[in-house]
Design a protein around this ligand. Structure first.
Ligand code: G4P
Length: 545
């Protein structure tokens, strides 16, 4: 696709296509980060309900009948007949276009879960009001912090007995240093959720949103908007408590500040019940009002690719064999700049080769439909994109390459052995291919040699994918033997020799050249850090920093 030059602009600097900026400004691309069971599927469904994609929610709240390896969204699609992608759900809300990018987070937690966060502009941290911060939420939050992704916090399940409103905020503040700045405070304690107090600019009670339950939370909960006076008359002490809490937060300077939110210092908070659809509209309004629209992205030289520049995109996930009937590979790209039009021939930055997009698709669960046009912030699936791997760049006209997606801290380690020595060549080819695709991290050291590499993964499901693909695509039977390590730290050549002499530690080189020291457990690590404080042992959220 070529861009029509505007008469007022020189041909060398083509103007952005008409309407591109407007399309960018109305887009919000985000992911939900949460621990299993916090209510992500329920919230996704509630958002779809509010966006009028479905007319009724509730049928899939229960876990019964879900198949663990299948995305919940596929189940949702089956149950409701709505168009839900296993990778991105797009819907309009008022004038806005919302892209909700899926973070697989249940049994299929893997490096992909983290990579998805490179494709979003904001995250919603979903917390169970009774449980507070949980391990998986923390891990995902660290990735958001590392990447500078602004976070909106939703405290869910307020319809059920749980902890005190301010206590949950204190926990967030103290444990992760994120300053919670509620936009809405609950009226009524956890378990007695009556409505939300909307905090005005200086933290004063601006409005009361009273909710009415619907049967099973299946439809949008009707809202009554009331003045603070009417709220006080209606809710009495519950309202006064919320007003007091709001004042306390203001004294502690916990009021929303857009700049601090975008900088990742503060997080607007909404109390909600995804199941009853309380607070869901407020979340959508918050996304529209405060979450950033797609912005420029720095290229490998640190120069910004503006959203109005010619088309460019980053591949953030590659899924092989999604459709067992046609063994294929889908590469999902997030558009960074320009307009995508199906059929255009773009360049694959890593190889310099042309790439046709005749079969660009949005993926709707098992159904796929062709995508004709897409804008920055949108996610498009490319079929049979064998040359593409996570982190790769595609562009049009003006050359660009984005920095690679960092590798994340692995927690599972296994030796991979070919069952038959006669297939060694295929075995090596398969390992190299899966390594380059980012399916797992491949580690080597001189002592173990090359015949049986060590695989490192964020989630054990990555190993299953390796075994399955070795068998089906490369016709190699391979065996995985778990190694007794659970922790990796980045080290350097100076520390490596000393570390290799320690019990319960092994040092490897990852294929990107990074030296990793593996430890059996955190006590071993702590002991070594205490005994040998001069060794380099850095935590590994990401390694591209
Ligand atoms: P996940 O995708 O994050 O794993 O969570 P999911 O939505 O599946 O929700 C996990 C459980 O929490 C479900 O209960 C769901 O109904 C419940 N839940 C989600 N949001 C809320 C909420 O706002 N309030 C209350 N009270 N519960 C909520 P389940 O026991 O697995 O199924 P079910 O028998 O309750 O349907």
């Amino acid at each position: 696709m070529s861009v029509e030059p505007d008469s007022a602009v020189s041909v060398a600097e083509p103007a952005a296509p008409k309407g591109l900026l407007a399309e960018v400004q109305r887009r919000r691309t985000f992911a939900v980060i949460s621990h299993p069971d916090a209510g992500k599927s329920t919230l996704t469904e509630a958002l779809a309900l509010h966006a009028r994609m479905i007319s009724e929610a509730g049928a899939i709240h229960g876990k019964a009948g879900r198949r663990s390896t299948v995305s919940d969204w596929m189940e949702m699609e089956k149950a409701r007949g709505i168009s839900v992608s296993s990778t991105a759900l797009q819907f309009t809300y008022g004038d806005s276009v919302i892209n909700l990018v899926d973070t697989p987070g249940h049994s299929d937690f893997s490096e992909d879960t983290y990579r998805v966060l490179t494709a979003v502009d904001a995250a919603v941290m979903l917390i169970d009001a009774a449980k507070g911060l949980e391990p998986q939420t923390l891990k995902l939050f660290q990735v958001c912090r590392h990447r500078g992704i602004p976070v909106i916090t939703v405290i869910n399940k307020w319809d059920r007995p749980g902890r005190a409103a301010l206590e949950l905020l204190d926990e967030i503040h103290e444990r992760i240093g994120l300053v919670p700045t509620p936009l809405f405070l609950p009226v009524g304690i956890a378990g007695d959720f009556r409505g939300l107090l909307r905090r005005g600019k200086g933290g004063e009670a601006a409005e009361y949103v009273h909710f009415t339950r619907t049967a099973g939370g299946a439809t949008i909960a009707p809202e009554d908007l009331m003045s603070p006076e009417a709220a006080a008359a209606r809710e009495g002490e519950a309202w006064e408590t919320a007003v007091e809490e709001s004042e306390l937060l203001s004294v502690a300077e916990q009021d929303h500040d857009q700049e601090l939110f975008l900088a990742g210092t503060t997080s607007p908070v909404i109390y909600a019940s995804a199941m009853l659809n309380f607070g869901v509209r407020q979340l959508l309004e918050t996304l529209v009002a405060f979450a950033p629209a797609p912005r420029s992205r720095a290229d490998i030289d640190g120069l910004p690719r503006q959203v109005t520049d010619p088309f460019s995109a980053v591949v953030f996930k590659v899924q092989a064999g999604m459709d067992t009937a046609h063994r294929d590979r889908l590469a999902f790209m997030r558009i960074v700049s320009g307009v995508f039009e199906r059929g255009m021939v773009m360049t694959h930055a890593q190889t310099g080769k042309p790439f046709t997009t005749k079969y660009a698709q949005t993926v709707f669960g098992r159904e796929r439909s062709t995508v004709e046009t897409a804008y920055p912030g949108d996610v498009v699936g490319l079929v049979n994109a064998t040359a593409l791997a996570p982190g790769h760049t595609l562009y049009l006209d003006k050359k660009v390459e984005f920095p690679p997606i960092p590798s994340f801290a692995p927690e599972h380690f296994s030796i991979l052995r070919a069952e038959s020595a006669s297939k060694y060549k295929q075995f090596r080819r398969a390992v190299d291919q899966l390594d380059s695709e980012g399916v797992v991290q491949v580690l080597r050291n001189d002592i173990r040699g090359d015949a049986a590499p060590v695989l490192a993964a964020v989630g054990p499901m990555q190993f299953e994918v390796v075994s399955a693909r070795m068998r089906t695509e490369f016709n190699v039977q391979a065996r995985l033997e778990p190694l007794p390590y659970s922790l990796a730290r980045r080290t350097d050549a100076d520390s490596a020799d000393e570390l290799a002499r320690q019990r319960g530690v092994e040092v490897f080189t990852r294929s990107d050249g990074v030296l990793l020291a593996l430890f059996s457990d955190k006590w071993r690590l702590q002991y070594i850090q205490k005994e040998l404080p001069d060794l380099t042992l850095e935590p590994l959220v990401a390694t591209a920093d």
